[in-house]
Design a protein around this ligand. Structure first.
Ligand code: NAD
Ligand code: UDP
Length: 321
C-alpha cells in the first residue's frame, strides 16, 4: 500500500452528484479533508447541504473541462467522478459529456501529477458496450458503437481509461480505474431517467412503469454503500488495471419492474415503450478480480437496498417543493 498522509486531502470532481456526494461522506468519515469540485450540470446542492460548515470540507463550483487550479501544495487523492451518467443526461449533453471524459480527465490527471496525488477514475460498464461476452470480465474489450447516441459517453470513458493508463505508464502516476456497474440508492435524481428512480417514482405516483422494449434486457444492481466501500478499498490499493465493481445479481428489466410493483404495493401497471438505440441486452459484472485483490464483494441484499431507496423517494415526493 503506498504511503499516504495521516489526514489525507482528497479532491472529488463531480462531488455534488449521487456517487460523488456519498464518496465524500465516506472520505470525511475516514478522516480525509475533501475538496469537491462540481459545475452542477447534473448534480444537486441538496446532496451536499449537510456538509455546510464542516471545517474539513470545501466546495468549488467549477467546470473541470477547464483548467483546475488549487493552491494546495500537496494533495493525496484525486477522484475523478465528474460526468453526466444517466442516458437521458448524456443524450441531452453530448458535447459536455465528451469534453468532461476527455478534457476533464486530462485536467484531473494533470492536477494529480502536479500535486503527486493518486488518481481514481470513475469508469463504467458502458466501456463493454452491448457486450458479446457474458458476464463481463475486465479483459473483455467491448462492443461499442462509436457513432451511436450512447457513443458520446462510452467513447469518452474509453478515452479516459486510455489517458489514465498513459499517465500511469509515461508519468508514473499512481492511478486506478473502477468500472462501475449500475448503482442505485438515495440522492439519485427522481427524474434522471435511470431505471431505478424512474420505476420507483412512477410506482409511488401511481403511473404506469415505462418498460423499454419487451423488458428482457438484463441489469445487475448494486447498492451505493457497497460500491463506495469497493472504491475506497481500490483507492488505497496499489492495483492499476481496471476493476469491475457491481453486484452480480442479474435480473431482467421486466422482473425489476415486477419487484418495484411488489415492494411499493402500488396498483400501477406496466407500459411497454420502444427500446432506446444501442441499449445493451445484458449486463452482469464478473467480480472475481475485486474479490481477489480487494477482498470485496457486495453485502446489501437487493430487497434491503431497494426498500431504503423507495423510502428516500417517498420522502422526497412528500417534501414541500
Ligand atoms: P451524477 O450525474 O449524479 O453525478 C455527476 C456529477 O458530475 C454531477 O454533480 C455533475 O454536476 C458533475 N459534473 C458533470 N460534468 C462536470 C464538469 N464538466 N465539471 C464539473 N462537474 C461536472 O452521476 P453519478 O451516478 O453520481 O455518476 C458519477 C460518476 O460515476 C460518473 O463519472 C459516471 O460516469 C460514473 N458511473 C456511475 C454509475 C452509476 O450507476 N451511478 C455507473 C457507471 C459509472
Ligand atoms: N429502462 C426502462 N425504463 C425506463 C428507464 C430505463 O425500461 O424508464 C431500461 C433501459 O432501457 C435499460 C435499463 O432499463 O435497458 C437500465 O437503464 P438505465 O437508464 O438505468 O441505465 P443503463 O444501464 O442503460 O445505462
Amino acid at each position: 500500500m503506498p504511503a499516504r498522509a495521516q489526514n489525507p486531502i482528497s479532491v472529488v470532481t463531480g462531488g455534488a452528484g449521487f456517487l460523488g456526494s456519498h464518496l465524500t461522506d465516506r472520505l470525511l468519515a475516514e478522516g480525509h479533508c475533501v475538496i469537491a469540485i462540481d459545475n452542477l450540470i447534473t448534480g444537486n446542492t441538496a446532496n451536499i447541504g449537510h456538509l455546510a460548515g464542516d471545517a474539513n470540507y470545501r466546495f468549488i463550483e467549477h467546470n473541470v473541462s477547464d483548467f483546475i487550479f488549487l493552491p494546495e501544495e500537496k494533495i493525496d487523492y484525486v477522484f475523478h467522478f465528474a460526468s453526466p451518467a444517466s442516458p437521458i443526461d448524456y443524450l441531452e449533453l453530448p458535447i459536455p459529456t465528451l469534453k468532461v471524459g476527455a478534457l476533464g480527465t486530462h485536467n484531473a490527471l494533470g492536477l494529480a501529477k502536479a500535486k503527486t496525488a493518486a488518481f481514481i477514475l470513475a469508469s463504467t460498464s458502458e466501456v463493454y458496450g452491448d457486450p458479446l461476452v457474458h458476464p463481463q470480465k475486465e479483459d473483455y474489450w467491448g462492443n461499442v458503437n462509436p457513432i451511436g447516441p450512447r457513443g458520446v459517453y462510452d467513447e469518452a470513458k474509453r478515452f479516459a481509461e486510455a489517458m489514465t493508463m498513459a499517465y500511469h505508464r509515461y508519468h508514473r502516476i499512481d492511478t486506478k480505474i473502477v468500472r462501475i456497474f449500475n448503482t442505485y440508492g438515495p440522492r439519485m435524481r427522481l427524474r434522471d431517467g435511470r431505471v431505478v428512480p424512474a420505476f420507483i417514482g412512477q410506482a409511488l405516483s401511481g403511473q404506469p412503469l415505462s418498460v423499454f422494449g419487451d423488458g428482457s434486457q438484463t441489469r445487475s444492481f448494486c447498492y451505493v454503500s457497497d460500491l463506495i466501500d469497493g472504491i475506497f478499498k481500490l483507492a488505497v490499493s496499489d492495483f492499476h488495471e481496471p476493476v469491475n465493481l457491481g453486484n452480480p445479481r442479474e435480473m431482467t428489466i421486466k422482473q425489476f419492474a415486477d419487484e418495484i410493483i411488489r415492494l411499493t404495493g402500488t396498483r400501477a401497471t406496466i407500459e411497454f415503450k420502444p427500446l432506446p438505440v444501442d441499449d445493451p441486452k445484458v449486463r452482469q459484472p464478473d467480480i472475481s478480480r475485486a474479490k481477489g485483490i480487494l477482498d470485496w464483494e457486495p453485502r446489501v441484499r437487493f430487497e434491503e437496498g431497494i426498500k431504503k431507496t423507495i423510502e428516500y423517494f417517498r420522502e422526497s415526493l412528500a417534501a414541500p417543493r
